[in-house]
Write a protein that binds this ligand. Structure first.
Ligand code: 5AD
Ligand code: SF4
Length: 463
């Protein structure tokens, strides 16, 4: 009998940093022979890659652990179970107490140690590794081997920055992910080149506070995010660049100019404002006013006319009055969002806002969330409709819903369904938006009959 390779199942919650980290975990375990499992049921190792940003996220992890315990009982299988990510970082050994099914706990700084931790777990110990790195943590983010990246599709994330020093009073990230640090330019360029060589066409630069990037350049000096992107845009075969997520305070002139100059930089910006009330913004320690945010958006839009804006909002922050919430609706109306994430404030233990007076009752939060979501949904639908009849570039990234159809993404991150004979996954095609569905656009390839002076939405190069 030949032993089959061990199977790994990673379930990720939360932000895109976790999606990226899941790939790093698979890379760390590949030398041990681990291959991807189709589901938790047939895995030998289950990793829950957790998020701690809101209460419900952590609770979901404990319910998932309950399901895994039941699955183990019912099937008689005994996969190892690991908890990783920010809940692991924040709760550490507490998880072992609360969930006996867990074999090991590993924080985001220690994924390179997974093989070692698994050996300890195999010996019946229940290791917990939530150390913050003393040395440069990025040195230990092994660059993925081409074998590991093949088959990952045409879009990829590349971490360029981790951690945050902003200390917004509601947020656990500065505590779970630690201080801001940036990866050296040469590592990022090398990883992006490897990804492009393996077929990736679009790269999203990731960081908790990505516009605060200040990595060491090849000249030994500190490079900004803008400078890094000018460099990456030179990579032949890379069609699109994106970055997420940004803080308004770090959007400087150079970065705004990059939106004007770099055709490969997609006209889509995730720039959270959280609230439209200056009083709440001050209590959140955001260090900017509503007006400053709006003026900033104006400057970025002047640089890139077709910029689509996305953001994050929190409703029901402690002390938020009806008038404060109206100011949030007003800023959303004025800024105009192509999409946005909306959250009810959730007190995170250890953060200053958790101890503030004036916690808002749940039903009030529910009502505010509903109203804000309705506004954002209307803006999103109106934006999609405004594209009908216009030409956009679509990066084809997967088969479509129906035979003959392909699916891809617009420059504004909307899913697009398209019939594109002769085109292949990985191509960027120029197409006209014909209709709008519930969650996606429909588009058709340009025909010869079309006017040659058809208004172009993006200067992006076509494949
Ligand atoms: N409660 C609600 N939303 C939160 N976010 C961060 N912390 C909290 C919290 N305690 C939201 C913010 C942030 C996004 C990633 O999550 O809007 O931008
Ligand atoms: Fe959290 Fe604020 Fe840092 Fe964003 S900028 S990660 S919300 S502390």
């Amino acid at each position: 009998m030949t032993a089959s390779p061990p199977k790994l199942f990673v379930k990720s919650y939360g932000c895109q940093m976790n999606v990226y980290d899941a790939e790093r975990m698979a890379d760390a375990l590949a030398p041990q022979g681990y291959v991807a499992a189709g589901s938790a049921e047939d895995a030998d190792l289950i990793i829950l890659n957790t998020c701690h940003i809101r209460e419900k996220a952590a609770e979901k992890v404990y319910s998932e652990l309950g399901r895994i315990r039941k699955m183990k009982q019912e099937t008689g299988r005994s996969p190892k179970v690991a908890v990783a990510g920010c809940v692991a970082q924040a709760e550490g050994a507490e998880i072992l107490k609360r969930a006996p099914v867990v074999d090991l706990v590993v924080g985001p700084q220690s994924y390179h140690r997974l093989p070692e931790l698994l050996r300890e777990a195999a010996e019946g110990r229940r290791p917990v590794d939530t150390e913050f790195a003393v040395e440069d943590k990025f040195d230990r983010l092994a660059a993925p081997a081409p074998k590991a990246i093949r088959g990952r599709g045409v879009t990829a994330f590349v971490t360029v920055q981790e951690g945050c020093d902003k200390f917004c009073t509601f947020c656990v990230v500065p505590y779970t992910r630690g201080a801001e640090s940036s990866r050296p330019v040469s590592q990022i360029v090398a990883e992006t080149e490897r990804l492009v060589a393996a077929g990736v066409r679009e790269v999203t630069l990731l960081g908790q506070n990505v516009d605060a990037y200040h990595g060491e350049g090849p000249d030994g000096r500190s490079w900004s995010l803008a400078r890094l992107m000018y460099e990456l845009a030179e990579i032949e075969g890379l069609a699109r660049l994106r970055y997420t997520t940004s803080h308004p305070r770090d959007m400087d002139d150079e970065l705004i100019a990059a939106h004007r100059d770099l055709a490969k930089l997609m006209p889509y910006l995730h720039l959270p404002v959280q609230s439209g009330s200056d009083r709440v913004l001050a209590a959140m320690n955001r260090k900017h006013t509503a007006d400053e945010y709006l003026r900033l958006i104006g400057r970025i839009r002047a640089a890139r006319l077709d910029l689509a804006l996305s953001g994050d909002f929190i409703v029901g922050f402690p002390g938020e009055t009806d008038a404060d919430f109206e100011a949030t609706l007003a800023i959303a109306r004025e800024a105009g969002y192509a999409s946005a994430f909306t959250f009810k404030y959730s007190p995170r233990p250890g953060t200053p806002a958790a101890d503030m007076d004036g916690q808002v009752p749940e039903p009030v939060k529910d009502e505010r969330l509903r109203r804000l979501q309705a506004l954002i949904a209307a803006q999103q639908a109106a934006f999609a409709r405004s594209l009908v009849g216009r030409r956009i570039d679509v990066l084809l990234d997967r088969p479509g819903r129906h035979p003959g159809q392909l699916a891809g993404r617009s420059p504004y991150l909307q899913p697009v369904q398209i019939v594109a004979p002769g085109a292949a996954i990985g191509d960027v095609v120029s197409a006209v938006v014909t209709d709008v569905g519930a969650n996606s656009l429909f588009a058709a390839l340009r025909t010869a009959a079309e006017r040659p002076d058809d208004m172009s939405m993006t200067p992006e190069a076509t494949a």
